[in-house]
Design a protein around this ligand. Structure first.
Ligand code: C2O
Ligand code: CU
Ligand code: CU
Length: 534
């Protein structure tokens, strides 16, 4: 019943897209949707994002007697080659690339970044002016950068309404007082976040620490960062963002592109040696969930030794053949190419081929992975001083078309309702009343997944009464580490335990499907000092 509604909607919007496309086609002669399978795969080497270089030193805002490295990151429009046989593509990136260059720092080593907006004054993707914060009276091109997963003071966190326009910049302070992990920076501008990120405004940020150093994991050219995302392209190489049938309100609830970019390239290859490699992977897609596997000739999936998730290392490696990764989730896994000397392997997701590994025909080197990584003590439920029940809702119009999603039935602009006290622990129960899985992200903090449990959705909608209809689902080892983004599945209560540490101030929590986030599936929350709770 519910499924048929969604597939009807998908067909309806697909038909609308097709008819719009036809009229656009009439003016521009030969431009149409690109079928990426018409391109020759594995002709471009995998680009490795270049390291950001500091441009000087500035006083540490926490202790002006010390200096911190200072970086300047410029958002610009640029023309990049996504594939050897495609014309240049207009994208937005940082300095000279999209995804932007990669930061690398150490735990506790702070840094300062000036984010400069030198983008054009007009957006090239379809803004929906009916969306909150993106009205016709605000500038079209706005940006603000957030470091996802960063334990960052509120003033540097990139609050969605703190956007600034071309010609302006903001200096942010990242103290990095947190464990080694893969974070990422991305645009967070109110109402157009999905478009700015789709245009290319994202990049990776690595924090190292001594625990990680002591484990002897593959490093240098044996540690490969991978930023994955999907896009739609036109035959002239340009990005295409789908639109609804209503030109006044072009927002669409989700997008699943058919062109898979890995570090900004379509179908790249990587030459590897027959040994262990470590992959640091981010799902940077707007909507798409990746189900990653590494397949060898016979179509069999290799073993992936998962060693980390969003907020760093797991307690021990967990072996999987497939890794599910929602938007903004990260995984850290090791692949042993030593049995495959002379062969080609593929990184795939749901039948799409993302990239090729060419294993050299040289002498394999057998290396071992450590048996244990970093202790991840479970936070006991008894530590929580409060439990919040928060619903995930889809809002329908009278003809059952999605009007967007919400958190706890509360729009963005309503007063702040979640005010945890600094240094206290809470349990958040994410009650998913919708038909989708939503990757829910909280800024500032790391948390642990307690359980997911199916419940009676209709009873809850009717009477706000919670009745579980099955036992809690066990947590898989790959989700047992520290997280900052968690998949809340349809018809389930996802319980997380969070300690609000680091800084007081105004932050946000939201769904990381960017189409949902932009359409009200985001709320402010505020970490308050002990004496002033609400
Ligand atoms: Cu990737 Cu508000 O975050
Ligand atoms: Cu974040
Ligand atoms: Cu969502």
């Amino acid at each position: 019943m519910s499924l048929s509604r969604r597939s009807f909607l998908q067909q309806a919007s697909l038909a609308a897209c097709l008819s719009l496309k036809k009229s656009a086609l009439a003016d521009s002669l030969s431009v149409s949707d690109l079928d990426p399978n018409t391109l020759r795969p594995w002709v471009d080497p995998l680009p490795i994002p270049e390291a950001v270089q500091s441009v000087g030193q500035r006083p540490d805002p926490d202790d002006p007697s010390r200096n911190l490295p200072f970086y300047r990151m410029t958002m610009r429009e640029m023309q990049l080659k996504l594939h050897r046989d495609l014309p240049l593509t207009r994208v937005w990136g940082f300095n000279h690339s999209s995804p932007g260059p990669i930061f690398e720092t150490r735990s506790g080593r702070g840094l300062l970044v000036e984010w400069a907006n030198e983008l054009p004054l007009k957006h090239f993707l379809p803004i929906d002016h009916t969306i909150d914060g993106a009205g016709a009276s605000v500038p079209e091109v706005r940006s603000v950068i957030h470091l996802h997963g960063g334990k960052t003071p509120a003033a540097s966190d990139g609050y969605p309404e703190d956007w600034f326009v071309p010609g302006q910049s903001r200096a942010y302070h990242y103290p990095n007082r947190q464990d080694a992990s893969l974070l990422f920076y991305h645009d967070h501008a109110m109402g157009i976040n999905r478009l700015n990120i789709y245009a290319g405004l994202q990049g990776l940020f690595l924090i190292r620490d001594e625990t990680e150093d002591s484990l002897n994991l593959p490093k240098g050219k044996y540690e490969i960062p991978l930023l994955l995302c999907d896009r739609f392209l036109l035959t002239d190489g340009q990005l295409n963002y789908p639109v609804s049938p209503n030109p006044k309100a072009p927002w669409v609830p989700e997008i699943y592109g058919n062109a898979m970019l890995v570090n900004g390239k379509l179908f790249p290859y990587l030459e590897v040696e027959p040994r262990l490699y470590r992959f640091r992977v981010l799902n940077g897609a707007n909507t798409r969930f990746f189900r990653l596997s590494v397949e060898h000739n016979s179509g069999d999936a290799s073993e992936l030794h998962v060693i980390g998730s969003d907020q760093g290392l797991l307690s021990a490696p967990a072996t999987e053949k497939r890794i599910l990764l929602a938007p903004a989730e990260r995984t850290d896994f090791v692949v042993d190419f030593s049995p495959f000397a002379g062969q080609n392997l593929l990184l795939t997701t749901d039948g799409f081929e993302l990239m090729q590994f060419r294993v050299a025909n040289s002498k394999p080197s057998a290396l071992a992975l450590p048996q244990t990584l970093r202790p991840v003590p479970r936070t006991p439920e008894s530590q929580a001083i409060r439990t919040r029940r928060l619903t995930l809702d889809e809002v329908m119009d009278p003809v059952q078309q999605s009007m967007g999603m919400m958190l706890n039935r509360t729009p963005w602009h309503a007063p702040v309702t979640e005010k945890p006290v600094i240094d206290t622990t809470e349990i958040w129960e994410l009650i998913n009343l919708t038909e989708d899985t939503h990757p829910i992200h909280l800024h500032l903090v790391r948390f642990q997944l307690l359980e997911r449990r199916p419940f009676d959705v209709f009873l809850y909608q009717d009477k706000a009464e919670m009745r579980y209809v099955g036992p809690p689902r066990p947590i898989l080892p790959v989700e047992a580490g520290w997280k900052d983004t968690v998949r809340a599945e349809s018809g389930e209560v996802t319980r997380i335990i969070v300690k609000f540490e680091g800084y007081t101030g105004r932050y946000v929590w939201h769904c990381h499907i960017l189409e949902h986030e932009d359409k009200e599936m985001m709320r402010p929350y505020e970490v308050v000092a002990a004496q002033s709770h609400g």
